[in-house]
Design a protein around this ligand. Structure first.
Ligand SMILES: NC(=O)c1ccc[n+]([C@@H]2O[C@H](COP(=O)([O-])OP(=O)(O)OC[C@H]3O[C@@H](n4cnc5c(N)ncnc54)[C@H](O)[C@@H]3O)[C@@H](O)[C@H]2O)c1
Length: 447
């Protein structure tokens, strides 16, 4: 199949490279000419494990090419994917569809022969109808079928997710489109990935329902974590025990500083807006959005408490800036609210992240970026783990203690055993840990 991918960001580039790896001929397009120039030089514009090798191999095999020229990408394509951004619209939280509609108009003028237009971008219910209308308006002769094909990959494990998806959702009632999409995903179908054909609107809503459900699950365990702190219970134990129940499942039950990232915050807001627009409010999702917003700001109280009630004039070291490990994506990362709140409290912030510092430099002010965890810890009154990169899972506490002003670890991802940290003479503050463990000191640990 000949595939054009409009938008070569986290989703477009990964999907394009994976489709090429299946043997399709793929052209990845972006209107950002710097991004395309870098890709043509073999440089990855994003950090995603395994992507460099996948892109290099498929480009070398001639199956993956890059361009800024819409006509060249689209004219001979059997399927044109739209994978451009759908950020939150300022003000009302609705998905901003300007990039999607822009791409639809551009492709409409360039299509030749029957072409499937498949939307991979996360778009509100009814967007497919509007894309179809826009294409017909721009080019009445165009023979296109607009399909909703939401993408469920996770950054940090994107290639694995794309190649081994839990399911593929294809929203179309057009037989020609169904045949083309089956062909596009045939290699996965052979691997037993269930391919679900639905109506276009069902597919569009499915993506939001999935993300909102996961965001609710995270928010639920975060609230349980707060209750654990109040009643002297351990959220790690609760999460483990309820997660073993197959009806609940163990994933997305990790208490922490609140969800962030390029999808959950904007998608929950957009779904809330859709609910209001259609007179069918989603109160659980509304509560999720409000609780999470509050949490991202409020979690900083743990750091303040660890510093004896004030961070004014103190240096605080931050480990991890990206919204999760194994990505360089800083969009809506919890670290941003935490850093701002610490600075508002008068702290001097130093930070380290294995992949996110380049982006973080443009999104923060007054932060000193360190070269490693030990550099960041120098002179710090507390070290705060915000993102659970593997590089932070085996810190040398003796070395940290030598360099910190006060040995205090605020572990917002619960990656350490409080007793183990305390044995090194550290004060440990986790999330949802019992009071008997939280704030553990050497003396407590010895008991
Ligand atoms: N990032 C994820 O983990 C993820 C997962 C599933 C779904 N999604 C959804 O996929 C969509 C894309 O997300 P992303 O994270 O890849 O975004 P991104 O910002 O990384 O990439 C979007 C790209 O589209 C380009 N673009 C915009 N308009 C264009 C046009 N008219 N023609 C060509 N290129 C154009 C931009 O320059 C940019 O490079 C969003 O709707 C998002 O919600 C994202």
């Amino acid at each position: 199949m000949r595939i054009a991918m409009l938008g070569s960001g986290y989703v477009g580039l990964v999907s394009g490279a994976c489709f090429a790896d299946f043997g399709h001929a793929v052209t990845c397009l972006d209107k950002d000419s710097d991004k395309i120039a870098r890709l043509e030089r073999g440089e990855m514009p994003i950090y995603e494990p395994g992507l460099q090798e996948l892109v290099t191999a498929n480009a070398a095999a001639g199956r993956l090419t890059f361009t800024t020229d819409v006509a060249a990408a689209v004219a001979d394509a059997d399927v044109v994917f739209i994978a451009v951004g759908t950020p939150s619209r300022r003000g009302d939280g609705h998905a901003d569809l300007a990039y999607v509609y822009g791409a639809a108009r551009e492709l409409a003028a360039a299509v030749r022969g029957f072409t499937v237009v498949a939307t991979k971008s996360t778009v509100p219910v009814g967007t497919g109808d509007e894309i179809q209308r826009l294409i017909a308006e721009t080019n009445p002769a165009a023979d296109v079928a607009v399909v909703a094909n939401p993408e469920f990959l996770r950054e940090g494990a994107a290639i694995e997710d794309f190649k081994r998806p839990d399911r593929i959702v294809i929203g179309t009632e057009d037989e020609r489109a169904r045949a083309a999409m089956t062909e596009v995903y045939r290699p996965l179908y052979l691997n037993q990935a269930p391919m679900l054909f639905t109506s276009r609107r069902t597919a569009e809503l499915t993506k939001y329902a999935a993300n909102a459900f996961l965001a609710m699950k995270v928010t639920f365990i975060n609230e349980i974590a707060d209750l654990c702190e109040a009643v002297d219970a351990d959220v790690q134990g609760v999460a483990h025990a309820i997660g073993l129940d197959k009806r609940i499942g163990a994933k997305f039950l990790h208490a922490g500083p609140g969800f962030g990232g390029s999808c959950f915050p904007k998608d929950t807001r957009a779904l809330v807006k859709t609910g209001h627009d259609f007179g069918s409010p989603l109160r659980l999702v509304e509560a999720t959005v409000a609780i999470n917003d509050q949490r991202k700001r409020g979690i900083v109280r743990k750091v303040i408490a660890a510093c004896g009630g004030s961070v004014r004039g103190k240096r605080i070291g931050i480990l991890g800036l990206t919204f999760k490990p194994n990505t360089d994506d800083m969009r809506d990362a919890s670290s941003l609210s935490i850093i701002q709140a610490l600075q508002d409290g008068g702290a001097e912030v130093s930070a380290y992240d294995p992949a996110g510092m380049e982006a973080a430099r443009t999104m923060t002010e007054g932060v000193r970026f360190g070269s490693d965890p030990y550099d960041v810890a120098a002179g710090a009154a507390a070290l705060v783990i915000v993102t659970e990169w593997n590089a932070f899972r085996a810190l040398d506490f003796e070395r940290l203690k030598e360099t910190m002003a006060e040995p205090a670890l605020v572990d917002l991802r619960n990656i350490y055993d409080p007793r183990e940290v305390a044995r090194h003479g550290f004060r440990y503050i986790g999330v949802g840990r019992p009071a008997s463990l939280d704030g553990t000191t050497v003396a407590d640990a010895a008991e």
